[in-house]
Design a protein around this ligand. Structure first.
Ligand code: FES
Ligand code: FES
Length: 141
């Protein structure tokens, strides 16, 4: 239907014109994560200051869902407190699993922005790759 078409267009737009693809200037956390089911990899860089994500960039090779999801994720987490970025990550996993989202304290615009990818639940490992990388980086920091 039309909504699915729209979601696909948003995903393809992020895939073809990725936001925040590249390398962060200066000191940054670097995280590598692979999707064991296909071997695709992502490199994520986070610049965190005062518990706030000041910058986030990614690189890697992967399918359209994994790369567009990474692009969307960077847009959502830049400027956020680490706690809120982690909350968004949990909410995104819940969306992918079709569970009710715990929206308390979340920006509804962010949730809307991520909705397109969550319509492909069979691709959960692809869609959550960047988010898992972000969680790993934050936990190791
Ligand atoms: Fe990766 Fe189809 S592009 S499973
Ligand atoms: Fe490898 Fe999607 S098929 S990340």
């Amino acid at each position: 239907n039309n909504l699915d078409t729209l979601y696909r267009q948003v995903i393809m737009d992020h895939y073809k014109n990725p936001r925040n693809r590249g390398v962060v200037e200066g000191d940054a956390l670097s995280i590598e994560m692979n999707n064991p089911t296909c071997g695709d990899r992502i490199q994520l860089q986070l610049k965190v200051e005062d518990e706030i994500v000041k910058d986030a960039k990614f690189d890697g090779e992967g399918c359209s869902i994994s790369m567009s999801s990474a692009s969307m994720m960077t847009q959502v987490i830049i400027g956020k407190k680490l706690d809120d970025a982690l909350k968004m990550s949990r909410a995104f996993s819940q969306m992918m699993l079709g569970e009710d989202i715990d929206v308390e304290g979340l920006d509804l615009g962010d949730i809307e922005a991520l909705q397109g990818v969550s319509k492909f639940p069979a691709r959960i490992k692809c869609a959550t790759l960047a988010w898992k990388a972000m969680e790993k980086g934050v936990q190791e920091d």
